[in-house]
Design a protein around this ligand. Structure first.
Ligand SMILES: *Cc1c(COP(=O)(O)O)cnc(C)c1O
Length: 459
């Protein structure tokens, strides 16, 4: 029994064709896109692993929710259902829907932070960092040391360094730290989980200093599954019970429901502080919408409520984490260097290790992403010196990132095992001819966030 395949726990009712292209067609498309996968037309992509955000498939029950959605401007039934689901799983009394995660971040930081403040996180996601900095505060990443080393195994590489948090609070002064955040799982750190012990420890530090703890909850269900599999004492608990315990240590959360909400658009901000929630509502009304819809349609709220229930199903989470691990295992067996252990939502290929003949200033990650598309129509993104580096306008010198990675993000419930097998085959073929892959140079760029629009040419 134990050796049988972990299968997709669903059957397929509606299909969307994907288009095979020839290598010659892909060469043309990639050249037109300036060797930047962000600039490809999605129709020219066969397997799209650009992101797991908003790219999942909704269930039949979620589509039924779409029809049940109540489109009343104020006091929508769908809002009250969503708020009940969130109260049950997350335990927070005040729920503000937002169109996606970054809107929740903007409202939270605008309400809680002032210039000169410091916001610690295990690792800030890029929109989180940008929103902290937008209000004049400083975003500080405090991952444990293992979190920065791709090849080192650790069950909870997403953990925050508690000692560094204590030191930062002592240095900045508790009154300069309006909140502490924990991102579960740690997206920018490779989709790695945070342990319950770490949540408890960080929470105790925060309570001692009367600093609120907020969870960036985008992939909370995937994180809870890792806790169940890897942390002593949780094997017998349901993902819902683990989630309830995790959030009981926090004062609020931000959520992009485009991840573990299993919807294509949506998010929320939740907490237990009534006065703060009132202040946040005023900002929500200003730019998002009335507090019972927050920039979403009633049907979106209803589908999100159903998605938050479904994402905690054990057979779903077992399949989800197993399919990411499956891709990681097969790539590792083929010799492809990846960030270990596999995260929840993505596999990160270590392009610097795979293409040592391409120096970082010639963007090995971007070159690998381009080759994956040419070889098999697969779209992935570079997370390296294109994304985090910059060019000095006067000297032309490149500031480089600490790692050169390519992320293969897996959309939820979209691709089957044979799609994943195909990805392994293409990557294996690319790996076999890795020495022939050439670097790229930037011919056009527009900072900041240059990775979205930069254009390249073979160097
Ligand atoms: C996606 C994401 C966000 C931002 O959410 P959007 O819905 O893209 O605005 C914030 N934090 C983390 C960890 C994320 O993965």
């Amino acid at each position: 029994m134990g050796s049988r395949s972990i299968i997709e726990p669903f059957r397929i009712k509606s299909v969307e064709p994907i288009r095979m292209t020839t290598r010659e067609q892909r060469e043309r498309c990639l050249e037109q896109a300036g060797y930047n996968p962000f600039l490809l037309h999605a129709d020219d992509v066969l397997i799209d692993l650009l992101t797991d955000s908003g790219t999942g498939a909704m269930s039949a029950e979620q589509w039924a929710s779409i029809m049940r959605g109540d489109e009343s401007y104020a006091g929508s039934r769908s809002y009250y259902r969503l708020a009940e689901v969130i109260k049950d799983i997350f335990g927070f009394q005040y729920v503000l829907p937002t169109h996606q995660g970054r809107a929740a971040e903007r409202i939270l930081f605008s309400s809680m932070c002032k210039p000169g403040d410091v916001v610690p996180n295990n690792t800030h996601f890029d929109t989180t960092r940008a929103n902290v900095e937008h209000v004049g505060a400083r975003a500080v990443d405090l991952p444990i040391a293992e979190g920065r080393l791709p090849a080192i195994l650790h069950p909870f590489k997403g953990n925050m360094d508690a000692g560094a948090l204590i030191a930062l609070i002592a240095e900045a002064g508790a009154d300069r730290v309006p909140l502490v955040m924990l991102t579960v799982t740690n997206n920018s750190g490779g989709g790695q989980p945070v342990s319950m012990a770490n949540v408890r420890e960080v929470s105790a530090i925060c309570r001692r200093h009367r600093i609120p703890l907020y969870i960036d909850a985008c992939r909370f269900a995937e994180n809870c599954w890792f806790i169940r599999e890897r942390e002593e004492g949780y094997a017998g608990k349901s993902p819902r019970e683990i989630a309830q315990e995790l959030f009981s240590h926090a004062d609020g959360c931000t959520m992009s429901a485009k991840k573990d909400g299993l919807v294509n658009i949506g998010g929320f901000l939740a907490g237990n502080d009534e006065a703060l929630a009132r202040q946040e509502s005023r900002l929500l009304i200003l730019t998002e919408g009335f507090p019972t819809y927050g920039g979403l349609a009633g049907r979106d709220l209803e589908a999100m409520a159903t998605g938050l229930e479904e994402v905690l199903h054990e057979d779903y989470l077992q399949y989800r984490i197993a399919s990411t691990a499956y891709l990681g295992r097969h790539l590792s067996e083929a010799g492809v260097p990846i960030v270990l252990p596999p995260g929840g939502h993505a596999i990160y290929v270590d392009a610097a290790a795979m293409l040592p003949h391409i120096p970082a200033r010639m963007f090995p990650g971007q070159a690998l992403a381009a080759e994956l598309y040419l070889e098999g129509g697969i779209r992935a993104i570079e997370i390296g010196s294109v994304m985090f580096g910059s060019t000095n306008a006067e000297t032309g010198e490149e500031t480089l990132a600490s790692m050169e990675l390519v992320r293969l993000a897996i959309p939820r419930r979209v691709y089957t095992q044979s799609h994943i097998d195909y990805v392994c085959e293409v990557m294996t073929d690319v790996f076999a001819k890795r020495e022939q892959i050439a670097g790229l140079r930037i011919v056009w760029q527009a900072p900041p966030l240059r990775h979205f629009t930069a254009r390249f040419q073979p160097a």
